[in-house]
Design a protein around this ligand. Structure first.
Ligand SMILES: [Zn+2]
Length: 385
């Protein structure tokens, strides 16, 4: 019942008895006992009229708070959330994951401490901590395993590090798996089979299969960034040639734009390079919106390569939806259109008949929401054992 209430972001007694197949009286007495022990609270007291009790219940704020942290290759987001995932306080800042766990985790800890005190909460009130990192994670022990974008993090125990300050359980997962969890929660588990693709410094894929995040035998499922899209392509940091990540992720877009600026192909990109010293994928999107031909070509080419990789994944997995997130969404609609066109051209008719491809509706909050979902979901799983 608690899981159902959590995943539906609150529920009415009537809705609960329908969904769980319990009688009204069984539902009412279960809800009453969960209200008594403080797991649930009633919502909308102010709106109740005529002495009727409020119908809707949600996870109680008196349980404590959750901490979610979403570490990307170049960004860090930390939030304190209520058990129903309302964000109480949040901080987002640039970070460099390559600086290693000593530097980055020290900053994570400072932000957690500051945000808690901003909410008037103490470490003892933390129910659970969820954290995402940009690389493969051994989910059971919460350690990154040989993460290509995260040198020095191999086998670093985030759990042990945070245990010095928090007695609450710590759950660690790949950042894209957390985005998938975030979307699952937003959709109230209404979609059973879908993909979330993150395109930023790297490229990764979160897989939701039969309504659960699929992590694979060792936790590396969805590591699609190193699928080869051109055997004559440039060398990737993993050592192989022509990985889609080396040819179409954020750094590749920036590199292609810098080349177009240097070769005199685009005056707009050259101006951008001269004034800012570097060109970001976002700048390329901006130039494209001003009709810059080189920027349009770069966005179309990289979008087509990502679509080429995704077409294979779509044929293999047959998802109902593909949600694209990460920094790439700031490039704008032309990128999405190129990815779409390339997927539809190369996938089998049956796998694309009802396929929807869009940017993640949760946008850059998806990973952070997912970190909160992970923390609460695992807590509820433990409570039910
Ligand atoms: Zn690679």
């Amino acid at each position: 019942m608690l899981q159902t209430i959590f995943w539906s972001a609150g529920a009415s007694r009537l809705g609960l008895s329908d969904r769980l197949g319990y009688s009204k009286s069984k539902t009412n007495s279960l809800v009453a006992s969960l209200l008594d022990v403080g797991w649930l609270e009633e919502v909308g007291l102010a709106h109740s009229s005529g002495g009727r009790r409020p119908e809707t219940v949600q996870l109680s704020a008196s349980l404590g708070v959750l901490i979610g942290a979403d570490l990307g290759a170049t960004s860090l987001d930390v939030a304190v959330l209520r058990p129903d995932l309302t964000v109480l306080a949040q901080r987002s800042e640039p970070a460099d994951v390559r600086a290693g766990p000593g530097v980055v985790m020290a900053r994570v800890r400072v932000l957690m401490r500051e945000l808690l005190s901003q909410c008037g909460a103490t470490p003892a009130q933390v129910i659970a901590i969820g954290m995402g990192v940009p690389g493969p994670v051994d989910f059971d022990n919460g350690q990154p395993v040989n993460p290509p974008l995260m040198p020095h993090w191999d086998s670093f125990s985030i759990r042990d590090y945070l245990a010095e300050e928090y007695s609450a359980p710590v759950f660690v997962d790949n950042d894209v798996n957390l985005m998938a969890l975030g979307e699952m929660w937003r959709l109230q588990r209404s979609l059973q089979n879908f993909l979330v693709i993150k395109v930023g410094t790297g490229i990764g894929c979160g897989i939701v299969c039969h309504g659960e995040v699929y992590r694979g035998a060792n936790g590396s499922a969805g590591d699609v960034g190193h699928i080869c899209v051109d055997t004559a392509g440039p060398r990737c940091h993993c050592g192989n040639l022509g990985c889609v990540e080396a040819m179409a992720a954020g750094p590749a877009i920036a590199r292609l734009a810098t080349e177009a600026a240097a070769s005199g192909e685009s005056a707009l990109l050259a101006n951008c390079l001269a004034s800012k010293g570097a060109i970001s994928p976002e700048d390329v999107g901006q130039a494209s919106r001003h009709g810059d031909a080189a920027a349009n070509r770069i966005i179309q080419d990289t979008g087509a390569l990502i679509g080429q990789m995704l077409a294979s994944v779509v044929n293999f997995f047959n998802p109902s939806h593909v949600f694209i997130g990460g920094g790439i969404t700031r490039v704008g609609p032309l990128f999405l259109a190129s990815v779409r066109q390339s997927i539809y051209q190369r996938s089998l008719a049956l796998s694309t008949r009802h396929l929807e491809i869009q940017y993640t509706p949760l946008a850059e909050q998806a990973g952070l929401v997912g970190a909160g979902v992970l923390a609460m979901q695992e807590t509820l799983k433990r409570a039910s054992k």
